[in-house]
Write a protein that binds this ligand. Structure first.
Ligand code: ADP
Ligand code: MG
Length: 304
């Protein structure tokens, strides 16, 4: 049997490979600030982030439309806050079959989220879709201090998370009715993120959207470090498995790197110290190993 070709042995196209292979070739705005690769793009004093929610991928046909609307706003708000910017403006894209009842409830959810997070709807686009629904949210905000980048971590920095992980992941992986609030209506810790930025408490940060294992590897790689995380230190609610806490995703908590001299401040902010950045590039769970991810990229919603 012939050995598999390099192409066929490579892993399936995941988000990052698509971005690396195709999108990066477009003219970049890097000269205007920070381009592709962090939670949001920096343009002057503003930070922008966009996210797509697709029916059948990010939400089910049966999902409460007001939850979908709320979440569409929350996920982009989360990215902007994690950059150290106060979320302010929302552009909303809708591709939907004409369905007044769904849209009415969806818009209720958007409005609730706008009030909750302090953002104003300033525009968007609407097109008809023959079948399923797609929602895009673009949130802009203003930096409150130095931006919180993924790339500022140094070996020896502590690693912190802002809250318990895994409740949303459990909502995807088990038939919980109704799905947990954490999955339906995530509440990113905006004020905490802004305090970190304003008081320069963090060397690096990102919001946990794809699970601790994946997102920690992103932060470590961007910082030119590896990491060690202590299994016993990862905060998780009662009944949530380690796999759900590390490989689930959609936590919308913050993962932060900070120098050891910041311990008292971060503890006072209620953060949980879970590990350390290392010179060695390996990203390890101790005693480990990392449980397998619950979902493969591009197949969210289908157990791996
Ligand atoms: P997050 O999970 O924080 O929303 P992603 O993993 O979706 O971030 O994206 C990683 C980086 O790639 C981000 O900086 C994002 O802006 C960029 N990116 C993703 N998709 C595209 C695209 N289609 N065109 C340009 N940049 C993209
Ligand atoms: Mg993010």
């Amino acid at each position: 049997m012939e050995p598999p070709s390099r192409e066929s042995s490579s892993p399936p196209l995941i988000e990052e490979r698509i971005i690396q292979r195709f999108v990066r070739h477009a003219p970049s705005m890097a000269e205007a600030g920070l381009g592709i690769g962090d939670d949001g793009a920096l343009v002057g004093e503003a930070c922008w982030s966009t996210d797509l929610l697709v029916e059948g991928v990010h939400f089910t046909r049966e999902a409460d439309p007001s939850d979908v609307g709320f979440k569409a706003v929350a996920v982009s708000v989360s990215d902007v806050a994690a950059m150290g910017a106060r979320p302010r403006w929302l552009l909303l894209g809708l591709s939907v079959p004409g369905d007044d009842a769904w849209l009415r409830r969806f818009t209720d959810g958007v409005a609730t989220a706008c009030r909750c997070f302090g953002v104003a709807l300033v525009g968007g686009d609407t097109t008809r879709s023959p079948s399923h629904r797609t929602v895009s949210s673009t949130v802009g905000g203003t930096l409150v201090g130095a931006p919180l980048l993924r790339s500022g971590g140094r070996p020896g920095d502590d690693l912190w998370v802002s809250g318990p992980l895994g409740a949303a992941g459990a909502g995807w992986s088990r038939p919980i009715h109704p799905p947990p609030e954490e999955l339906r209506r995530p509440r990113p810790p905006i004020e905490l993120a802004l305090t970190l930025a304003r008081e320069r408490l963090a060397t690096a940060a990102l919001d946990l959207s794809d699970g601790l294992a994946v997102d920690l590897a992103r932060l470590a790689r961007a910082s030119g470090c590896g990491a060690q995380v202590w299994e016993s230190a990862i905060p998780r609610p009662e009944g949530i498995t380690l796999r759900e806490a590390t490989g689930g995703g959609e936590d919308y908590a913050l993962l932060v790197a900070a120098g050891p001299e910041r311990r008292a401040s971060l503890e006072a902010l209620g953060m949980h110290r879970i590990g350390v950045l290392t010179e060695d590039p390996a990203v390890l769970l101790l005693p480990g190993p990392w449980p397998p991810p619950l979902y493969r990229h591009f197949q969210r919603g289908e157990p791996a």
